[in-house]
Design a protein. Sequence first.
Length: 320
Amino acid sequence: MDYILIAAGLACLFAGGEALVRGSVATAHKLGVSPLLIGLTLVGFGTSAPELVTSVAAAFAGSPGIAVGNVVGSNIANILLILGLTAVIVPIVTSRDAIYRDGLALIIASLACLGIVLTGFANQVHGIVLIVLLGVYLAYTIYREQRVQDPASDLHRAETEIAEPGPQRLPTALALALAGLVLTVLGAKLLVSGAIALAESAGLSETLIGLTIVAVGTSLPELSASIVAAVRRQTDLALGNILGSNLFNTLGILGITAIVHPLEIPVEIARFDIWVMLAATAAMLAFALTGGRLCRWEGGGLLAGYFAYLAWTCREVFAA
């Protein structure tokens, strides 16, 4: 039954996330919103909607291990698993200017996350700081677009191309977005319920479940978007998608979750997983900046790193 709840939750999250992005992007186009703003907010935040709703639901359910583990685990999976797999399929050409801006923003966000994790709790003040940082990033990006031709802004504009074409009529687009939101909320509730039940029945920690099953499951929209970008040979979008998603995960999702329901940070995340997230971020940026591309062997290295991380994280399962 636990696995059925998890599978049903993941299916609803994936379908709901896709519908939410398509409906929201179509609505924004009809209302004349700029492609940059759509790429930055609706596509970036839309693909992170499963993580957001899942973390908030887990926090209210009294499961901080799932709430925080989902954010940290999703960031790790986005870089090591999804970006690594994408680079193995098609080498990723990178824009140095885009990496400098969004990469620097991600480093600042990751260090802010580290500071919060090391305090052992996330409260409203922490959440507000994270949301303010996200607002500064969005405002600076829009300001840069108005001043100069920014390659990083071009990437965010192009992210709207990843989303499948949405409905042509505004009422239909709004209905699709609303249906996607409802499905996403339902999926999060099912996933969290199944994850908690699985942890209890199998004698595993909720943090382990959050870092692995929940994190990978809520990253399915990023996987879909990155594979589509790779197949279309728009590999720079795959990297932009991961950078944007991890920024929203760290600043937006952890920030909103901390504001609506303060929570304790599991000690195991502070001891190990947050450092893996930082190391993965550093490796991604180093690979992307050397040679102007992320090649297949580098992607293979990221993938190998993820499997090594899984093996270490799940050692309590093998020892049982």
